[in-house]
Design a protein around this ligand. Structure first.
Ligand code: PA5
Length: 446
């Protein structure tokens, strides 16, 4: 069976092969630091051997809970934010029918707890008012404002609609094993729970129950997802030679581009189902590397859609960018361009071709144009869009992120910067315990 492949050929006009080869020793040292657990953030390395540690019993339990929710709910609300939701949404969107939610999909999966939009929450409440729904509430800390607020509303609504006893059968909590508000509430109410391991941070948690339960509820193949990740754990393992280790080469190439002034990496897809995969990727790299006044800025575009908007900037704007293209080799479905007797749109030259052939020529044409325009291109080739290869992609990017963060000499596993807005928000809302901050901020705003 093929694996995902990485090609850096379209970068070699900008950086040399030798410069990448020159990273071998550094990358080896970073990989050893990761595997030996001797680097910064070494209490958050649980993701490293996670795929190979997943057991059949654990997956069977996840699938049984998912089957219960599928049988008892028309809608399942996944409540979580950041690492507690993006992985699940990335995988579910990548692998589901684009129009499933408009058809008779059961259960419909919707998301909450990832924003504080009053309209969003009010409209969600209206939507759920005549539905049999369940909740998967995901929060390691249990106190994240966005998620806790949404859960408070959803729990109240569910209990009102179903009664407390029925409601608790439809609520699953995924949280810390012992501490935090959600663990305390779950124990008190008797919810089914899953544990987010202490040593796995949010953005690396998609292969824990955080991602696996919602993915299984969506009816997707979690066994294949894990099998793909297990395969990549081997392919990107410590003993894989540098030249064959795609995570190592990707980490080295993006760092070399960064050192040569390419400060922005754009993840490109030519398949709109991957939109949220890119959102997950943005969090993975952005939250891991953007610190100590360093780090590549992570952006993403959906092509060809965004070629008609951001395409102009990418072709001719400031030359501080490079692209990493997710390229799916073979579509899952077949759709041919029909012939038309009048040919008023002039498209008969495409008649009889696969739509994907048009897409692939757009992809190739874009790559050539962008390289000519001064934009290095990396390409990740994915044989097919299925659970196995999404599992490979997830682990590939996680491993590359760990190595890349160490190459950049930051702690890739913390996120101290996300506290700043929370502190101000709590002070502005007069949260108990924030009196001093509240005074300081009011004085500043006068
Ligand atoms: O990656 C992270 O650590 C964050 O994105 C968290 O997952 C996010 O802030 C949600 O935190 P929690 O799971 O504690 O609600």
């Amino acid at each position: 069976m093929e694996d995902i492949k990485l090609s850096i050929d379209s970068c070699l006009k900008f950086i040399s092969k030798d410069s990448i080869a020159g990273y071998e020793t550094q990358v080896k040292a970073c990989s050893e630091t990761l595997h030996n657990g001797t680097g910064k953030g070494n209490d958050f390395l649980g993701w490293l051997n996670l795929p190979s540690s997943v057991t059949a019993e654990f997956l069977a339990d996840i699938k049984a809970t998912a089957a219960d929710l599928r049988a008892n709910c028309d809608v399942v609300v996944v409540a979580g934010i950041g690492g507690s939701y993006l992985g699940a949404k990335a995988v579910i969107d990548s692998l589901s029918n684009s129009f499933a939610w408009l058809q008779d999909q059961k259960p419909i999966i919707v998301y909450a707890g990832n924003n504080i939009g009053e309209d969003y929450l009010a409209e969600l409440t209206e939507f759920l008012s005549d539905k049999k729904f369940g909740i998967i509430n995901i929060s390691k800390s249990g106190t994240t404002t966005e998620t806790a607020l949404a859960f408070r509303l959803l729990k109240t609504q569910l209990e009102k609609q179903m009664g407390k006893a029925e409601a608790k059968k439809r609520i699953v909590a995924i949280t810390d094993k012992a501490k935090g508000a959600l663990r305390t509430l779950s124990t008190k109410e008797g919810y089914k729970t899953y544990v987010i391991p202490d040593n796995v941070g949010g953005r690396f948690s998609v292969l824990t129950p955080v991602g696996l339960l919602p993915i299984a509820v969506a009816g997707l193949d979690v066994d294949s997802l894990i099998a793909g990740a297990q395969r990549m754990e081997k392919v990107c393992g410590l003993n894989t030679p540098f030249a064959e280790n795609i995570a190592a080469i990707y980490a080295a190439t993006r760092n070399e581009l960064y050192r040569n002034g390419k400060k922005i990496e754009i993840l490109v897809n030519f398949q709109p189902k991957l939109h949220y995969f890119a959102e997950w990727w943005k969090q993975l790299f952005g939250e891991s590397e953007g610190k100590d006044n360093k780090g590549i800025f992570n952006a993403a575009v959906d092509f060809t859609t965004d070629l008609h908007s951001m395409g102009q900037w990418i072709q001719e704007g400031e030359r501080s960018i490079f692209e990493t293209v997710l390229s799916i080799k073979k579509p899952n479905k077949t759709m041919m361009v029909p012939s038309d007797a009048d040919n008023l749109d002039g498209l008969n030259f495409l008649a009889g071709k696969h739509v994907d052939e048009v897409n692939k020529m757009a992809e190739l044409g874009t790559m050539l144009a962008h390289v000519d325009g001064g934009v290095p291109n990396l390409k990740v080739e994915i044989p097919e869009l299925n659970a196995y290869y999404i599992g490979q992609l997830i682990y590939f990017f996680e491993k590359a992120c760990g190595i890349s963060g160490y190459l950049l000499e930051v702690n890739p596993f913390n996120q101290p910067g996300v506290e700043a807005y929370k502190k101000n928000m709590f002070a502005l809302l007069n949260k108990p315990g924030y009196e001093a901050e509240s005074k300081a901020i009011q004085a500043r705003l006068k």
